[in-house]
Design a protein around this ligand. Sequence first.
Ligand code: ZN
Ligand code: ZN
Length: 280
Amino acid sequence: MEVTFYGVRGSVPAPGPHTVRYGGNTSCVEVRLSDDSTVVLDAGTGMRALGSALLKRGRSTPVHLLLSHTHWDHVLGLPFFAPLYRSDTHIFVYPLANDAQELFQRNIFNDIHFPVSVDDIPARLELARPEKAEWRIGSATVRRIALNHPGGAQGFRIDDDDGTSVTYLTDNELSADNAKTSIEQLARFSDGVDLLIHDSQYLAEDMPAKLGWGHSVVTEVLRLGILAEPKQLALFHHDPERSDSALDLIGQTSQSFFQSEGKATQVLVASEGLAVHLKK
Ligand SMILES: [Zn+2]
Ligand SMILES: [Zn+2]
């Protein structure tokens, strides 16, 4: 399995001189399975570059799109995904965390929000409705779990038949009041994965002002890492205000934390273009 980050930013794109190294595009991650199936996690602005990359590779279809939820920063790249404008592309959109599945298409592709309407998209955009809480995509089994986020969001675990695995948990507030899913449940869901990707938008000093906004503080994410013991932990959904140098520091202190706890987990600070090859 290969996991490639195309957008790592939360809330809003944040281009500029202070975000050049980690990147300013919002959430979009490609997971290439061992049988070469293409799974895409979220359709943030990073999806534009992913579309170009897929066309260049000549492998733009089918695309299995798993959306955590439909806040703008997770869907804004979809209208700019070049394979959408080819009639030979087939895109499966998997069930959303709320009831907005049909509305989601109509609300983006209408004359008010975008010049192309849903009926004029050349690609086949199909709403997939797996009957169970886990389903198959290519060589992998996919599971989902409810996250703690205003309006609802869902996380995914992908286990490839080659024995590699990844969990994608964003947007999620680990210490939310009345949490739908506890940190222990998320740790069991992510138990022993090769790569755990988690929302790490805030620092302790951002609180309590941003309590209830649906995102996690880095120290809570490290706690989840201690419980789940992934081989690699990717800090993700960076705050738009977080500079490259601030992210460097977060990466260093997070890695030192695992070392001081005697854990082998390797910390990654997700950056645009970072490709993580997972193998057993
Ligand atoms: Zn977000
Ligand atoms: Zn959100």
